[in-house]
Ligand binder design. Structure first.
Ligand code: SAM
Length: 315
């Protein structure tokens, strides 16, 4: 059974955040709202694309180092995966972590989480699989963990890159406070050429564009809005000063849109900023980890230095 840890994202929260984000001087929506059922399946399609190097690169690093990660204390206790999605990368670890007793995937996308949890339960019948629907930007103190089991946090996908430095450090701090003494395996994407980066977030097949546009469809579906999808286009840009790829939805004309009973005006070329994917090098990530209260145990990377997987210990 899937557990719901308060606060579970509610329709009211979605409505309130959409309206406040679209009324801001620079319109924005949190990237967490990209992941409804449709968005989660589109994200899975993105991970299969040639252009999207992070998934296959992180996969290789995890595969090469799984035996080493099995020596972390939590690998014999409970593994809590944050933003678990399809749990496909988890398979690599679960196959190696023979003595793990609990697997707790945590994700905001409830149905996708449930499907992934059922698949893992079937594949590893002796493991206690406890999916938790939760928003990890909220306090994590309610996770149903047993105090006697050491905890390993698994945080792949460079999801930490969706946060600005101070937010990422604050998130690491909240994780440490909720799971004192834990160790962590965290995937972090690294800076690289603008070409590779922008293509990864604006692929030729248009899957990332569909993923971004789905947020407008979600607003139509869940808030009874009538946004004309043809009047917004997907844009991915490399913001060198902030070391991040930004995704935007650009209004192609001046328009007024009814959303949740309110009228929101867009100017032509005005954008809704929907996602940041920060690329953190060693120095930047070391500062974030340190500020968040974690000591770096090691860093593993691929032969081309595209992506890093860090092991951390809460201090
Ligand atoms: C970049 S995807 C990574 C998925 C998977 N871990 C991987 O490595 O391919 C981000 C994942 O985090 C989840 N997510 C995003 N924001 C979240 C939040 N605030 N709370 C919980 N889950 C969140 C999404 O539903 C999605 O599954």
């Amino acid at each position: 059974m899937t557990k719901h840890v308060s606060p579970v994202p509610q329709d009211q929260t979605f409505r309130a955040e959409v309206l406040s984000g679209l009324k801001a001087d620079r319109k924005f929506l949190s990237s967490k709202w990209l992941y409804d059922d449709v968005g989660s399946h589109l994200f899975e399609a993105i991970t299969e694309l040639d252009a999207y190097y992070p998934t296959r690169t992180e996969f290789t690093i995890l595969k090469e180092n799984a035996r080493q990660y099995a020596r972390l204390p939590g690998a014999r206790g409970a593994m809590v995966e944050l933003g678990s999605g399809s749990s496909r990368k988890t398979d690599l670890l679960l196959g190696t972590f023979q003595d793990l007793s609990v697997y707790m995937p945590v994700d905001i996308s409830a149905n996708h989480l449930k499907e992934a949890g059922e698949r893992v339960r079937r594949a590893y019948p002796s493991l206690a699989v406890i999916p938790v629907t939760a928003d990890f930007t909220q306090p994590l103190g309610n996770l149903p963990l047993l105090p006697e089991l050491p905890v390993l946090v698994f945080f792949p996908g460079s999801t930490i890159g969706n946060f600005e430095r101070s937010e990422a450090a604050a998130l690491l701090q909240r994780i440490r406070d909720a799971m004192p003494g834990a160790s962590m395996i965290v995937g972090v994407d690294r800076p690289k050429s603008e070409d590779i980066l922008v293509t990864a977030y604006d692929d030729p097949a248009g899957i990332t564009a569909a993923f971004n546009q789905n947020l407008l469809q979600r607003i139509n579906r869940e808030l009874g809005a009538s946004i004309d999808l043809q009047s917004f286009t997907h844009k991915a840009i490399w913001n060198a000063a902030e070391s991040r790829v930004e995704m935007h939805l650009v209004s192609l004309k001046d328009q007024d849109v009814e959303i949740g009973g309110e009228t929101i005006s867009f100017r032509q070329d005005e954008t809704i900023h929907t996602e940041n994917s920060h690329k953190y090098d060693e120095k930047a990530f070391a500062e974030i980890a340190d500020e968040g209260g974690w000591r770096i145990l090691g860093q593993d990377t691929d032969k081309d230095g595209l992506f890093s997987v860090y092991t951390l210990q809460a201090v």
